[in-house]
Design a protein around this ligand. Sequence first.
Ligand code: NAP
Ligand code: F7E
Length: 324
Amino acid sequence: MSKNALITGITGQDGAYLAQLLLNKGYRVYGLMPRRSTDTRWRLLELNIEKDISIIYGDVSDLSSVIRAVETSKADEFYNLAAQSFVGTSWDQPVLTAQVTGVAVTHCLEAIRLINPKIRFYQASTSEMFGLIQAERQSETTPFYPRSPYGVAKLYGHWMTVNYRESFQLHASSGILFNHESPLRGIEFVTRKVTDAVARIKQGKQKTLSLGNIDAKRDWGFAGDYVEAMWLMLQQDTADDYVVATGRTTTVREMCNIAFAHVGLKAEDYIRIDPKFYRPAEVDILLGDPTKANKKLHWKAQTSLEQLMAMMVDADMRRVSEGR
Ligand code: NAP
Ligand code: F7E
């Protein structure tokens, strides 16, 4: 019998890829979507799956929305991907970030506990919880030290997920995912900002690219690979926490070199440093240790950074040439 899945954050990068994956596996997919004044379904339209998803309007910061979504969807699996997910904005809207990215996780857990404790739950945790890193390679046992209101809010959600698993025996797992990108990445994140600029510069529509701290290092993977790990976590007999990463770290500078080189340009000829893109506190380096996910989930990142940047630049070259 086919299963029902509820995804919050269905209109985001991961929500779109996860919905596609679950539809391909025969799930009935329900998506909780906040009503906005303009249509936010561009990713679902780009993957051509918008007609296959049942949308439930609501907001994760509103407990009644979440309760209604759990009841309406009759979910077997609940993926909480909704968040104010941009780290930079979390210093400008720290209270909203705490509510949407942090407290709302408890709304999801409470709805499950009250309506059907058998529902399996996935919480979208993050490498930002490691912040000022306490080990060279970060694994499930590395102590946390968040460096942004976003990281702090996510850490609350992570520990509530662990707590509800231990207190109420919920099948609740926390995926500690390192940065993952794709052609569907939001334009404000650095990889997509770069690939969009590469396409515009190559096509004569932009002259330079302004960035902040290009010495920061990230462990970047492909979102399409990472949503598979989310699903695998909920297929295990017991719930647990997993680091999902590639195990390779690269500077923003080198990522730019790769992206510009894909269209035959040199990044250094176009990059300008603008202090306005620096953050009040930076996460200098992240490098994940995905050994547990490799062994227990049999999951491994399939896409190299070079392949990822090529995929993203090619998609933006197409968009820019179509006038988008
Ligand atoms: P994203 O593209 O920013 O998507 C976030 C989604 O959350 C959007 O659909 C957004 O809808 C929705 N949302 C925001 N506020 C909401 C609210 N109050 N109620 C209901 N929905 C709301 O993020 P992503 O990259 O797909 O990431 C998915 C999740 O994984 C997030 O929780 C993120 O923090 C986490 N994460 C991401 C990464 C990464 O590298 N991508 C790594 C680790 C963890 P609107 O667009 O309408 O606001
Ligand atoms: O920044 C530096 C910036 O905004 C990456 C989210 O998905 O991953 C993401 O958070 C690095 C940082 O991602 C610019 O200072 C330099 O060091 O692409 P980002 P993030 O902050 O790592 C984690 C895992 C999440 O959970 C989050 O939800 O790049 N950087 N110059 C810049 N970053 C941006 N955005 N723009 C710049 O101009």
